[in-house]
Write a protein that binds this ligand. Structure first.
Ligand SMILES: *Cc1c(COP(=O)(O)O)cnc(C)c1O
Length: 487
């Protein structure tokens, strides 16, 4: 007998899911990495010939999958730049899955997609002239932005590169040595070449050096290489450094290159007035990206690209017409039914056709918190990083490696006498491993000027001041114990 799929009962079913998630977020785990015994064998089953049915599936989901998830939403999780969504955007995304599973036609989902992108541009100080499109995250958002840059660069030379492909012209991109590696991947995908991303040296604060940028571009131009785009990062992934956007943007434009700002993590950081001056020059950007799934706490899978001219995106990413997708392009709200018009044709502005209505969750969090609520969250996260920096400065066996610009702080345990950098790297790596397996504190590591750093990054809306209590003391205690145990 075939199992009957459960297509109703959303209320009762979601209530069970919600209860299991509340428990997951609040239950005391014996230690942070323990997963329940037998969870892999419970899941590792052959493809079922006959379904086990809705009740048994829900039971496995709630009893095995949920409790053995990742700790990303825990208050002490400060690793990388991922975080679990807060309740309202999570609920909005869940609602959109049923009520607005995609972003087309004249419906609330298409309107909210556009509205939330306009709000997001305004929130991040991009200005109303910047028009957006969502994609799955910063990787795709950078690809889409640089696709526009490539289209533009070739159009200056009379070629429609999206239609006719690249020719033999050598091309280059420029980004700081601290750039996110998705820029290189985009260069690979776009036929520019990963090796054609010039790594511009950084200054003592890990910001791109404009003089070095100028020099690299001049050398390329002399060699017949076309400078396609300069990428400024507003909030590097490693340390949160913000490149000198005005100087970098002006150099780009002087050489006829596109100016892209990668603000996947840090673009909302301008809401903290203490660091806002560092975003000076953002208005020069021809494109910019932000990941709502980072600092805004919407569900993972949400990035946004903004450009001055969405028509350029359409020329870069348009598809051959498909019969089954007519009617296209109309945004006639008076159309007879919602299906008579497709609304904003997002499919032609990026690399996805069918895609979730991601704007619903972004709209929800901006509606819930407002500009001031988001700003308060950003300021609080920046304060967490400053608090850790203060504690590090105050301790003789901790060394501050970067002053926080935004919500990232880099430091290490360094007892001072007779321990060289190699040994310190190994010791700090082991120290962080021990934090992960035996404490609630989950920072990541990175390398700062060649040395291994402990790197908490605060973007988690569940983090509180209490969650930070004891963190640096624990780092010192673990470091002391590792030193004491040295052979
Ligand atoms: C995280 C990040 C990316 C990549 O974004 P994903 O959403 O992980 O694909 C790109 N650039 C910067 C600066 C980032 O911090």
């Amino acid at each position: 007998m075939p199992a009957t799929p459960l297509t109703g009962d959303l209320g009762a079913t979601y209530a069970r899911v919600g209860a299991a998630l509340d428990l997951f977020l609040t239950e005391d785990r014996p230690d942070p990495v323990t997963r329940r015994a037998g969870w892999t064998s419970a899941l590792e089953q052959p493809l079922p010939e006959h379904g086990v049915g809705s009740d048994a599936t829900m039971a496995e989901l709630l009893d095995v999958v949920v409790p053995n998830g990742t700790r990303v939403s825990d208050p002490g999780f400060w690793g990388w730049i991922v975080t679990g969504p807060s309740t309202v955007p999570a609920a909005a995304a869940a609602a959109a899955l049923i009520a607005a599973p995609h972003r087309y036609s004249i419906t609330a989902s298409n309107l909210v997609e556009d509205l939330s992108l306009r709000w997001l541009a305004e929130l991040c100080g991009l200005g109303a002239h910047m028009r957006g499109v969502y994609s799955s995250g910063g990787s795709t958002a950078n690809l889409v932005a640089l696709g526009a840059a490539r289209q533009w660069a070739f159009e200056q030379r009379g070629r429609d590169v999206a239609r006719d492909g690249v020719d033999g012209t050598p091309l280059a991109l420029y980004a700081s040595a601290e750039v996110h590696h998705t820029i290189q991947r985009s260069a690979g995908v776009l036929g520019i070449g990963r090796a054609q991303v010039r790594m511009v040296p950084v200054d003592a604060d890990l910001r791109m050096r404009p003089d070095a940028l100028e020099e690299l571009i001049a050398r390329d131009v002399a060699d017949g290489v076309v400078p396609v785009a300069v990428i400024g990062t507003a909030g590097t992934t490693n340390t949160g450094a913000i490149d000198p956007l005005r100087a970098v943007g002006e150099i780009a434009h002087r050489h006829g290159a596109w100016f892209h700002v990668d603000g996947a993590y840090g673009l909302p950081g301008s809401l903290d007035e203490r660091v806002r001056p560092l975003y000076d020059g953002l208005e020069l950007a021809d494109s910019a990206i932000v990941d709502p799934h980072k600092w805004l706490g919407v569900p993972v899978g949400t990035g946004a690209t903004f450009v001055r001219d969405r028509e350029l995106l359409r020329r870069a990413f348009t598809q051959e017409p498909a019969d089954y997708l007519a009617p296209q392009e109309s945004s006639d709200a008076d159309a007879q039914t919602s299906l008579d018009a497709m609304g904003v044709p997002y499919a032609d502005l990026g690399v996805e056709l069918t895609a979730p209505a991601r704007g619903v969750a972004v709209w929800a969090v901006l509606r819930e918190l407002g500009r001031e609520g988001v700003a308060a969250r950003i300021r609080q996260d920046d304060d967490f990083a400053r608090r850790v920096a203060d504690e590090v400065r105050a301790h003789p066996r901790l060394e501050l490696l970067t002053e926080p610009t935004l919500s990232i702080v880099c430091f290490r345990y360094a007892p001072g006498h007779g321990v060289d950098d190699d040994e310190l790297d190994a010791l700090n790596a082991e120290l962080v491993h021990r934090l992960h397996i035996s404490t609630p504190y989950v920072p990541s590591t990175t390398r700062v000027r060649g040395v291994l750093a402990i790197r908490p990054c605060f973007v988690n809306s569940r983090t509180t001041d209490e969650a930070l209590d004891g963190f640096t003391d624990t780092v010192v205690a673990f470091g002391d114990a590792l030193i004491a145990a040295r052979p």
